[in-house]
Design a binder for this molecule. Structure first.
Ligand code: ZN
Length: 415
């Protein structure tokens, strides 16, 4: 049992049981009403532990301050309260496997499901840890309630121990990260941090400062609709043309299922419509600006070619920027990354920086002027029924947070 185990376990299981799933199809912000429940709860709890300036903004972000006890830069810590829309998140029943024995983990509500240390080697290294999972029919939501629990626990500790030297700390709990809408345009100014960190990473040691660069694309296909009995030489079926577009894209070399490491992709996320009209959605991802632009160009050319082959149809392709690799900004000043690495070393953890094949709130925030790398929480197998997190991994993340603010205050970081 380390200092923070019991508190982290109780916070995570409590927060995880609150449904706060986001919904990309909703136009409101936050995207779902239910997210307000946990946002309001966190505002109350921050007030109870003695945080200052606690505020729940109308864009659904909880903000708070831990006043500085020593000179130092103002550091922000962020976690998102929403859970992924990709899997059932209603009725989460977290349970704790105390002193994990290293064997297979079964689930009370899904007899066929097994979480195996052979299949997931990271789990094999967690013998003796307290492992939290859901019950088998839902995700757990450690993504990112582990981050919320870690920040709340560190905040409570710092507020109770004002002799620990640290500069001003700002806390932000955001909604809708999973649908790419976590960072409101007002957040950088409201946060008021010199730099920040998201606690939204996985394995112990992760200090991430590279994310994908991301665009979204919408392709529409308008065919020519006519009664099929009189269609000879007249009908243009939009489904046929949409299928041609999909088939002409580099399916064997540039999709999520055929790429890894530093490779980007074009991913068709959905295709709806009928013979008269079709709408196709894509996400384009690459670590480099050129690579991303090239993927947009491929999609455009395919649309142009299919259009040229059927002039009676009307095909449009609209590409919209989503977020950019935070490395573009962080590599000009690696101070926040170096600080996190030094803090890792202080708690005896080897820092690892692997490019994130996705984005975080930090990607947007960095682009908007607040450098924001991503730190580990311990969460594993996210967005599905086998999601789990070790309490002791979360405790190390909490120690990292404390080491980091101390290091920033006493270290050679310019204020
Ligand atoms: Zn997350």
């Amino acid at each position: 049992m380390t200092l923070f185990d019991a508190e982290l376990e109780s916070r995570l299981t409590r927060y995880a049981a609150i449904d706060s799933q986001s919904d990309a199809a909703s136009a409101s912000g936050p995207s779902t009403e239910i997210q307000w429940t946990i946002l309001r709860l966190l505002a109350v709890e921050l007030t109870q532990i003695g945080a200052a300036d606690v505020r729940l903004t109308d864009y659904g972000t909880v903000l708070a301050t831990i006043p500085g006890t020593a000179p130092g830069p103002t550091i922000g810590f962020l976690a998102h309260v929403d859970t992924a829309p990709q899997f059932n998140a209603t009725g989460v029943r977290p349970r704790v496997i105390r002193g994990y024995n290293g064997g297979d983990i079964s689930f009370p509500d899904a007899p066929g499901l097994t979480l195996s240390p052979v299949e997931f080697p990271y789990l094999a290294g967690k013998q003796g840890h307290d492992i939290i999972t859901a019950s088998g029919t839902t995700l757990l939501g450690a993504d990112d309630k582990a981050g919320v629990a870690i920040i709340m626990t560190a905040a409570r500790h710092l507020l109770e121990n004002p002799h620990i030297p640290h500069g001003p700390i700002r806390i932000a709990f955001t909604p809708d990260e999973e649908i790419g809408r976590g960072v409101d345009k007002r957040l950088p100014a409201d946060l008021g941090a010199d730099f920040a960190y998201t606690f939204d990473g996985g394995a112990v040691g992760e200090v991430e400062f590279e994310s994908f660069s991301a665009d979204g694309a919408v392709v529409t296909v308008r065919g020519v609709s006519i009664h099929p009995g009189f269609a000879a030489g007249k009908m243009v079926n939009a489904i046929t043309l949409a299928s041609k577009i999909i088939a002409a894209l580099p399916q064997a070399t540039m999709t999520p299922e055929t790429t890894s490491d530093r490779e980007g992709f074009i991913h068709a996320t959905d295709m709806t419509g009928g013979s008269s009209d079709m709408t196709l959605h894509f996400i384009l991802r690459d670590f480099e600006r050129d690579g991303l632009a090239q993927k947009g160009e491929i999609l455009r050319r395919v649309c142009d070619a299919v259009q040229a082959g059927e002039p009676r149809a009307e095909i449009t392709c609209t590409i919209t920027p989503q977020y950019r690799n935070m490395r573009y900004w962080l590599e000009t000043d690696m101070t926040p990354v170096e600080l996190a690495r030094r803090a890792c070393a202080q708690i005896g953890v080897e820092p690892v920086s692997v490019p994130i094949r996705g984005g975080t709130d930090g990607s947007r925030l960095t682009e908007m002027g607040v450098p924001c790398p991503n730190l580990f929480t311990g969460m594993q197998n996210i967005h599905g029924p086998m999601e789990w997190v070790s309490v002791q991994d979360m405790a190390q993340a909490t120690q990292l947070c404390l080491a980091l603010v101390k290091e920033a205050s006493t270290g050679a970081v310019p204020a």
